[in-house]
Every structure is written in C-alpha cells, then in structure tokens.
Design a protein around this ligand. Sequence first.
Ligand code: MSP
Length: 512
Amino acid sequence: MKNFYITTAIYYANGSPHLGHAYEMVLTDVIARFRRLMGDQVYFLTGIDEHGQKVQQSAREKGIEPIELCDEAAVAFKGLCEKLLTSNDDFIRTTEERHKKVVRTLLQKLYDEGQIYEAEYVGYYSTRAEQFLQEKDKVNGEWPEIYGEVTEISEKNYFFKLSEYQDWLIGYLKENEDFIVPRYRLKQVQEFLKEPINDLCISRPKERLEWGIPLPFNENYVTYVWFDALVNYISAVGYGTAEFEANWPADYHVIGKDILVPSHGVYWPIMLKACDIPLPKALLVHGFWLKSGQKMSKSAGEVVDPLDMIDQFGVDSFRYFVTREMNVGQDSEFSSELFFSRYNNDLGNDLGNLLNRTLNMTTRYVDGVVPAIEVEEEIEKELQKSWGETQDEVLRLYEEFQFHQGLEKTFQFIRSINRYAEQRAPWKLAKSEEPKEQSLLKTTLATMAESLRLGATLLAPVMPEVAEKIPQLLGAQTGSASWKQSLEWSTVLTGGKVADKIILFPRPETSG
Ligand code: MSP
C-alpha cells in the first residue's frame, strides 16, 4: 500500500527558525499525526535548503565555510522539530549525496532530451533575489527595494524550456481544481499563467556563485537554487529506486503562500511533467503569521522566538495556540495577549480545571476509584449524544484541514462537561447518604471522567502529550485499541485509580 506522503517546505539555511517555520511544521505534523491515527501509513518529510547566493554570502560574512553554516542550520532546525514534537520520518539536507545525485540525473536527462539549452543572456540581475529581472519589474522607473543592487549582465547560461509547457499546465489546472488547496489560491497561479512565461534559467556561472550543485554537462556552472531545492521532495524518497513507488506521488506539499507562484505552482509541476514523473496530488497553501500587519521573520526585526514560548508554556500549548488561531490558508495576527487568553481560558480554565475537579472529587468522594455509571438520566444521555456529534463533526473538519474549527468544537464539548458538572453538583450529592444521591454521585463522577477522557483523546493530533497524559491521570490502562476505538464512549476507566490533583497549565507569572 502506498504511504500517505506529506512534506513541509525546506527552510533556508541562512535563516534562524522563527514562528512562521514552526507553524508550518506544526500544521504538517497535525495532518501527519491525524492520518496515522486514522490508520494510514504516513511518510512525513522536512528539511533544509542549503545552496545559493545567500548562504554563500552569510558564510563569507561570518568568515566560515558555507557547509559550516549549513551544519549549524541543520542543528537548529532539527532542534526545532524535536521541541515541537514533530513526527517527521526524515530530514533532508540538499547538500546530501542522495539529493545531489538526483538533481544531476534530472538535469542530464533534460539536457539529453534537448529540454535544456544554452543561450546568451543579456539583462538585469538582482543578487538579493537571485533572479533575472525585466523592465516590467520596475516600479515608477525604479527597481523596488526588495531587489537590492541590480546589475546589467551578459553571460552564457542554460535554460529549461518552461514555456513549452504553459498550455499544458493551464489545462491541467482547469481539470484539477483540487491541485491547490484552498481553492482560492488556484486563481493566483492561473493569473500568472495569463501572461506568456519565459524559459527558466537553471544555471549560475561559478565565478558568480560557487555554492551549488555543478551541472553534470558543464562543471563551470552550478544549479539554480530553486531547481535544486524542489527536487528534495523526490530525492528524499529515493527517486530511481523501489522505495520511490511506496511514497510518490506526494499527497500534500505544505507551503506558505509566498512560494506558490511561480516555484511550486509553475516550476515544479512543469519540471515533473518534463521528466515524466507524476505530479503530487495537491499543494496545501497556508497563510502568514503577521505582527501588526507585517510578515514575521528574522529580518523584519521583532520576532517571537517559538523555542522560548515552548519552554515557558509547554509544547502542547504552543501547538494548540497556532492551530486554534490560524484558519488554514488565511493570515493570522500574532500577539502575546491572544496567546495568554487562549492559554488561560481554554487550556487553564476549561480543560485544566475540569481535570482537577474530576481528580479531586473522585479522590475525595469515592476513594480515587472511578465508579460505574449507575443511572442514566436525560442529562447523561444528552452529553453522550453530544459526544457522538462532536466526534463525527471534528473528524470531518480535520479531514478538510479545518483544524481551528475542529478545536473550537472540541472545546465546546469540554465546556459542556463543565456545565454538566455544575448542573449535577456532585459536591451537594456527596453530602447526602441517600442511595439515590449516592448513585447519582457515582454516575456523575464516572460521566465526567469518561467524557474528559474522550475529549482529551480527540486532541491527540494537535496536543499529543495532553492526549496521552489525561487518560493516564484518569487511570486508563494503555491498551491496544486504535484511536478510532478509543474515541468510543466506553467503560474503560471503571475501577481504575485516578492520580492526585495536578496543574497541567499553571498560570503564567505575568500574564499579558
Ligand atoms: N527555501 C525556500 C523553500 C523551498 S521549498 C522546495 C523558502 N524557505 S523559507 O525558510 O523562507 O520559508 C520556508 C517556509 O516558511 C515557507 O513555506 C514560508 O511560507 C514559511 N514562512 C516563512 N515566514 C512565514 C510566516 N511569517 N508565517 C507563516 N509561514 C511563513 O522559502
């Protein structure tokens, strides 16, 4: 059976990890974990993008070799994966031999077939953007700031016949509207394809750029960094070997909206088509984390270091926050106020207090042993029914990448457990010796424990630690049940011993 294969973008080795990267990793991990829990065999790839001008330049500025800079980046990004509890199966570095080999194979194949040709290029070049420019890229007769210094150059280069595939791609996108998720992002690619596209310059002369993969047919040139980077998605899963068939085509390439056009939406499908390789099933395009309307990144100055937030509030709180706040595809504003509000209200009050109350009352009133449900009245039946609906709805929302709504529904259910407890008021029932009240008390504690176990279990793709810990604290034995089975209302907790009261989400010292 083919694996569900999902990838993140690969991160530039000259930058440090920031919230944007962390979000993309978490989003991809939530999908990977969800699919695994649903029974799929998953292959999850992330990694770093190590070649190119910027890496060469940054290394020079630091007085070190480019590979040393990349080694540092590998440590930093692998560290981020660990901190975030991402369940990636692989981490690719584009300086690895397994990758360089595939890039050279594809280049040679395209060259032999005449799909890559040599030509004299005369025009403008931006070092900062590592890109050739045309007059039409000027704004009011000036080169925009983002291009930095623009020079006129004339040099021989190698070009890939991108333009020959323009009509094919237009047709493909028309027939495969789900190739880009969410669908409204498809328009951006279609818009780009309305103008004739140029062939793609895939080489850089060595005198200008040394840090890259040499062209197999002319060692005086290295490969353009995007042509190199995109290939990671197939080189990592062993293009050319039997292993490849087990993973390819990828199910989703998860990317940010800035790298859809032209790299992932135009270059990549055309490169694959030209090489006779099937296309990935879809690109999942997410939006940006913004701070006061600006994209968050290291160069923009103020950056919230995700690693610090994780150390302070725990990885699950961070994962919850970014998944709960972001509507996949759109942008979201980051603020620490919002973070504290989610942390204190949803996690601290709704979930954390419910756990505490349940542990506390079970310990005080029934010697810490989860009782059996003895009577089921309307109110219990309603809670059970609402669980059934919640579960169906949340799984459906997760299938559609509507994680923020799925979490909202899950927390609505958690809040309804709190309301149930208020209505039953076990602290009052406990005061009575009457058999009816005693029976209701046991029923209430059992119902609270079971519904909390279910709500926590449903959080597993987003909050893996909490989803494991809460059932354990409620005395559940780790069994061999599948996730789907453990989402069924059951009596697994009955007779188990609960743990002592514990604060899962301690109040921050300074909030806000
Ligand atoms: N190296 C290229 C990608 C090559 S993929 C074959 C690159 N690297 S990057 O480090 O600049 O960005 C990596 C990913 O992080 C991209 O998908 C990008 O959209 C995402 N993010 C960077 N800043 C972001 C935010 N502020 N918010 C959300 N994601 C953003 O591009």
